[in-house]
Design a protein around this ligand. Structure first.
Ligand code: BGC
Length: 741
């Protein structure tokens, strides 16, 4: 893909921003409280009546629009550093895309910014953004309230920077854990991923920004993403990747969906009628608009008929070409109207018309607090042979080892990248480390303890420091980015060897992982503790110290399986483009994908694969330890005509307060032909030491169903269902059977 996103200078950017401020303010109505002015406004523009439905308002505007105005809404006007320069780029707010408004009708510009785990490119635009923990970390919290806070913060910071559309909400499944964007997604389970993204978008859109979920669909690897054709059956995709989108859309009601670069069963996702029209718009009743991934549009007539509403970031297919085709009758006006109606409806439904953005200063301290709190809820304790939490009263010396442990915590790259405060704008695919360093926060938390640092560059020196310390903590990282996949799941840069050597020198070695996906751990039996902090965001180092020292009791659980090695994955080797394969020429409407990947594991994604294949894993989906223990008892399944619910008790049997994520799985009747079990619900249960709570979880009927291609819909497979409850996908002490018809 065209991914060398060169940058404009700061001076140029400042000019663009200044122009953008003027233009952003011009098309929208001033907030005038006077009754006369309001009445006048309504008389001229009756669709400004916010009591009308978004549909009614959109229809009213549409009737007033000229063909040129309609076309204007269906395409972008360029992105800095992307493709050919567009004449009006100066009106951009500095984000990934923008759409002109229609000032005479009071329709504002749409200013879009990438916002996966925070607002992108803020340094370049002279602004500041909070980096939240990566999306995969959010998924590890399994906490819908946390997802809501995540979305609300991003929504607020977008608006403060003058954006009214977010390009976040990645919900592709971790079907291929080497996918370089795994950190931007929400793990391997469609119901967990969809629920987390849905709640994030719901709260993000409540801030009056257009929320977008992406990349629809099956963009599950970055290798050859623009030229790969994914081959997969309908039932398999419906019960896996599509289900994640469906759940997210039902919960979050995003008003935009971004179609993906790849093709699915022969048609590029952005001109795939099955995906965009049959499934998204008809079956799921999605009312928003479909925006292409950047450069993911390949045609005009085919894409338009298939359901693509808006091209970004240029107008190669939806500018003059679309206008000519509508003018000449090749594309019916009604089809164009449908695209425009959807865009207008989204603008009204999200509130960007009624609540114009106004640039302001973000709440920096508040953002940092939120980021820290989310990180604390997302750090997964994977192994603890009695070494954690650290007690400064008994530990006299700590060795902090790792290449950047004296600098900061790593972040995920690509269009998700958030700039670190006080640092220049991040280059494309640069490694960005967020201050403060864990060395500093561990020192602060353990006053009186001798805390020393070694970068690990020289393994001997690191081991020597570990040998004379009570405890050694190795900070190990795996950096990932959009537009590349990981070659394997090993820690890079010789970090496995470093850990081995340190563990050989100190029996109390802890490994603190900063990764965006699963990693292998050849040294697992030689270390005493392992903690997964993911890409922990602006306050990651503080959160890590607080969990290490037990100020916070870890509660997070893995949203994806950590396999023993690549040979246990459905595809031991990634399918990469054949030599010489090129991304399709965007100017060629006949372009075809250059190679195929068969996702023949189908809906057996993640734990469903390992379960079905009887493969032992390193750490299972849903797994995570705590500094206390929990026990489960008394499972009851209630099945009525209203639906199914399960009730059980969870008890904190240890001596610390904590929160247990209690998980509910179900095994379907054998004739359903499903993997051994699937997640169908969960609850985060806060418990004081010794406390026990009765927990009831209602199970969505669809989560018990299977997709039947012959009826193109979901149905229950009648028979015996076994409900399983416990603290991880492989620790399910409770089971109860029930018959469902
Ligand atoms: C990415 C999208 C992103 C867009 C704009 C594309 O390359 O795939 O996720 O929103 O660029 O930066």
């Amino acid at each position: 893909m065209l991914k060398t996103k060169t940058r404009f200078s700061l001076a140029q950017t400042a000019v663009f921003s200044a122009i953008a401020v003027v233009l952003l303010c011009s098309p929208v109505y001033p907030q005038d409280s006077s009754t006369d002015a309001a009445a006048h406004r309504l008389e001229a523009h009756p669709w400004m009546n916010s009591k009308l439905s978004p549909e009614e308002r959109a229809d009213m505007v549409l009737k007033e629009m000229t063909l040129d105005e309609k076309i204007e809404l269906t395409h972008g006007n360029g992105m800095q550093g992307w493709g050919r320069p567009m004449p009006n780029l100066g009106s951009s707010n500095g984000g990934a895309g923008f759409v002109f408004g229609i000032p005479r009708l009071g329709i504002p510009m749409i200013q879009m910014s990438d916002a996966a785990y925070g607002v992108r490119a803020s340094a370049q635009n002279g602004r500041y953004s909070t980096a939240l923990p990566a999306n995969i970390a959010l998924a590890a919290s399994w906490d819908v309230g946390t997802a809501c806070e995540y979305g609300a913060l991003i929504g607020r910071e977008l608006r403060a920077q003058g954006y009214n559309m977010s390009l976040g909400g990645g919900v592709n499944l971790a079907r291929e854990p080497r996918n370089g964007r795994t950190f931007e997604y929400q793990g391997e389970d469609p119901i967990l991923a969809g629920t987390m993204v849905g709640n994030r978008i719901k709260c993000e859109q409540a801030q009056h920004v257009i929320g977008d979920i992406k990349h629809f669909a099956l963009n599950d690897q970055e290798s050859g993403r623009a030229e790969v054709n994914v081959i997969i059956g309908k039932r398999a995709m419906q019960e896996s990747d599509l289900l994640a989108f469906q759940v997210a859309i039902e919960i979050g009601k995003p008003v935009a969906v971004m179609c993906a670069y790849n093709a699915v069963n022969g048609d590029f996702a952005c001109e795939n009628k099955y995906l965009l029209t049959d499934v998204l718009k008809k079956d799921w009743n999605f009312k928003g608009f479909v925006v292409s991934d950047w450069g993911g549009t390949h045609s005009t007539a085919k894409a338009s008929a298939a359901g693509l509403d808006h091209e970004e970031p240029l107008d190669d297919f939806y500018g003059d070409k679309l206008k000519k085709m509508v003018w000449s009758g090749v594309i019916p006006m009604s089809e164009l109207d449908e695209h425009v109606r959807r865009i207008l409806r989204s603008e009204f439904a999200s509130g960007i018309v009624d609540f114009p953005t106004q640039k302001s200063v973000v709440d920096v301290e508040g953002g940092l607090e939120t980021s820290r709190a989310i990180a604390e809820k997302s750090i997964v304790l994977l192994k603890n042979d009695g070494v954690l939490p650290l007690d400064p009263a008994s530990v006299r010396s700590i060795a902090i080892i790792g290449a950047h442990a004296d600098t900061g915590m790593i972040s995920g790259a690509g269009s998700a990248q958030v700039d670190a405060p006080g640092k220049p704008a991040a280059e494309w695919q640069a490694q960005v480390w967020f201050p403060t360093s864990p060395l500093k926060t561990v020192k602060e938390r353990s006053l009186g303890v001798d805390v020393r640092f070694d970068s690990g560059e020289n393994r001997e020196a690191a081991a020597a420091l570990a040998r004379i310390s009570d405890v050694a903590i190795v900070f190990a990282y795996q950096w990932m980015s959009e537009d590349m996949d990981l070659p394997n799941l090993s820690l890079p840069d010789g970090q496995d060897a470093l850990i081995e050597q340190v563990a050989g020198a100190n029996p109390h070695t802890i490994v603190l992982l900063e990764t965006g996906s699963a990693v292998t751990m050849p040294w697992i039996n030689k270390v005493k503790g392992v903690m997964e902090a993911w890409y922990a965001g602006s306050k990651g180092a503080d959160a890590v110290a607080r969990v290490l020292f037990g100020d916070v009791n870890p509660s997070a659980k893995l949203p994806l399986t950590f396999p023993r090695g690549e040979t246990d994955l459905p595809h031991a080797k990634l399918t990469t483009p054949p030599p010489g394969a090129q991304p399709p020429d965007v100017a060629d409407p006949e372009a075809k994908p250059a190679f195929s990947v068969g996702y023949d594991e189908g809906f057996k994604v993640g734990y469903k694969w390992y379960d079905a294949e009887n493969k032992t894993v390193l750490f299972p989906f849903g797994y995570g330890l705590s500094y206390t223990n929990y026990s489960y008892s008394d499972l009851r399944v209630h099945s009525t005509s209203e639906g199914v619910s399960v009730a059980f008790s969870v008890k904190n049997t240890g001596r610390r307060a904590g929160s247990e994520i209690a998980e509910v799985y179900v095994s379907l009747p054998q004739q359903a032909g499903e993997p051994p079990k699937r997640l169908v619900g969960w609850a985060k249960v806060p418990l004081n030491a010794g406390e026990s709570k009765e927990t009831t979880i209602a199970i969505d009927g669809k989560y018990l169903s299977i997709y039947d291609e012959s009826i193109q819909g979901w149905k229950l497979a009648p028979g015996t269902y076994t409900f399983l409850v416990g603290g991880s996908s492989q620790d399910l002490p409770l089971a109860a059977k029930t018959t469902l018809q």
